[in-house]
Design a protein around this ligand. Structure first.
Ligand code: FMN
Length: 444
């Protein structure tokens, strides 16, 4: 490997034998495009066809729920239990659309846990009945105390992950990623401030990780040795009393024994701004862009056998190459830039551009309202508006329309309003969820 282009363009052979054609991955981004039964739609197909053509070697879907009662957003796809012929056909069509360019397309399987969308279901489930101190909560998304899971409910959830993974494999997806980051169910078990259990799933890190480890083992047993199985995990929760550095080190050790094909490193949860911009991370200026790089050292310390992916803030080819060359990280995860510039990966690989757009710097409050960001709530809203701008672009792309490539079509506050309306409407349209009591009540 002598030219810098070769590093990002070089294939990666995974432990299971599968080959990812290059080192760029479209990281998981929730789409919100499912129908009233949380099934995949033609909008998903259009969106993933666009991303497939965009040149990343690996696409990871937005989080798809293994239990339909616990959605992260009203428009999540759910793969919960036995699928009908219609559901299978829709998933097969999606797998086909998202692999049109010969890339990998993995489904991220998750359970929203205590971060269940309260518009659909106010009572999430969690290791303990401790509500998330949702930083955006005061204004955007209130949170409610979740129900503590009974010990004997956990094997059933493990099985749901395995069943969903089996469906993904049968439908033509080329791998799965278990979502154990960002405060959702599996991640909340790892977090000592959320997990106060006294049974086998609470206590020291080994016990807090046992739900996750059982899930990985069951998924692997179900899909076999040759199918890529990955996880996404927090290197830190970036909150007081969250995952401690020594916990991260031990977690790395445990994960490295599990025959995983890729560990994606991220951070934060609904209680920490790090999830949006790495603002609580302690990166040196040099690696400010790759904002979980420094914090990922503890987790990486003992990972010897499993390829790693770093996600969060990566924009320039220079830093991406440094991360792979100097830090022994194998893949680069990219989120927000690919909402505005879906062809970003191919342009980077061809050296047409040196850096992906930084929409996080562009999508902002109007000049007259910038003072609002001096307050914690204003800061959160400003950060959230970039996220919602991304959602908005996913909707545009799903309709085959041009994305807001320059970040000028829709303003931050308009994106907030548009998405609030979009998700409320979706929540109100959901059918067949008689046991979910959410903030939006006018459902069938
Ligand atoms: C619109 C949007 C939706 C997201 N949805 C998910 C998701 O479903 N699952 C997940 O693990 N991360 C999700 N994330 C986090 C991204 O995968 C990624 O970790 C984060 O955006 C940081 O990468 P970036 O700086 O390249 O955007 C989402 C991020 C955005 C912007």
């Amino acid at each position: 490997m002598n030219s810098s282009q070769d590093i990002l363009a070089s294939p990666l052979i995974l432990p299971c034998g599968a080959v990812i054609p290059n080192r760029l991955c479209k990281a998981a981004m929730t789409e919100g495009l499912a129908d009233e039964y949380n099934r995949a739609t033609s909008g998903h197909n259009q969106l993933y066809k666009t991303w497939s053509e965009g040149g990343a070697g690996l696409l990871i879907s937005g989080n798809i729920q293994v239990d339909r009662q616990y959605l992260e957003r009203p428009g999540n796809i759910a793969i919960d239990g036995k699928q009908t012929e219609d559901q299978l056909k829709r998933l097969k069509d999606l797998a086909k659309a998202g692999t049109i360019n010969g890339n990998h397309f993995w489904i991220q399987i998750g359970h929203a846990g205590r971060q269940t969308d309260p518009r659909v279901n106010k009572i999430g489930v969690a290791p303990s009945s401790i509500k998330s101190r949702n930083i955006a909560g005061q204004s955007i998304m209130p949170s409610f105390p979740p129900r503590e899971l009974e010990t004997n409910e956990i094997p059933g959830i493990v099985q749901k992950f395995a069943d969903a993974a089996k469906v993904c494999k049968e439908c033509g997806f080329t791998g799965v990623q278990i979502h154990s980051a960002h405060g959702y169910l599996l991640s909340s078990f790892l977090n000592p401030s959320a997990n106060k259990r006294e049974d086998e799933y609470g206590g020291n890190l080994d016990k807090r990780a046992s739900f996750l480890i059982k899930t990985i083992k069951k998924v692997r047993e179900t899909v076999g040795k040759e199918f890529p199985v990955s996880i996404k995990v927090n290197v830190s929760d970036f909150i007081k009393k969250g995952l401690a550095p020594e916990d991260a080190t031990r977690l790395g050790q445990l994960l490295d024994q599990e025959n995983l094909d890729l560990i994606e490193m991220s951070g934060g949860n609904y209680e920490s701004l790090a999830i949006l911009d790495g603002s609580s991370t302690s990166n040196s200026q040099k690696v400010k862009e790759a904002y979980f790089l420094e914090a990922s050292r503890n987790l990486r310390e003992n990972i010897k056998n499993t390829p790693l992916m770093l996600t969060g803030g990566l924009r320039s080819r220079e830093i991406m190459e440094m991360v792979i060359k100097d830090e022994n990280i194998d893949m680069i995860g990219i989120g927000r830039p690919l909402c505005g510039l879906p062809t970003g990966p191919v342009q980077l690989l061809k050296k047409d551009i040196d850096s992906l757009p930084r929409y996080e710097d562009k999508i902002d409050f109007p000049l007259l309202l910038k003072w609002f960001k001096l307050f914690p709530l204003g800061k959160v809203l400003a950060r959230s508006s970039v996220l919602l701008w991304c959602y908005y672009n996913e909707i545009l792309l799903s309709k085959g329309e041009e994305s807001d490539e320059n970040g000028t079509k829709i303003k931050a506050l308009e994106a907030l309003q548009y998405l609030d309306k979009f998700d409320r409407k979706k929540a109100a349209s959901l059918k067949g969820l008689p046991n979910c009591k959410g903030l939006i009540l006018n459902r069938d």
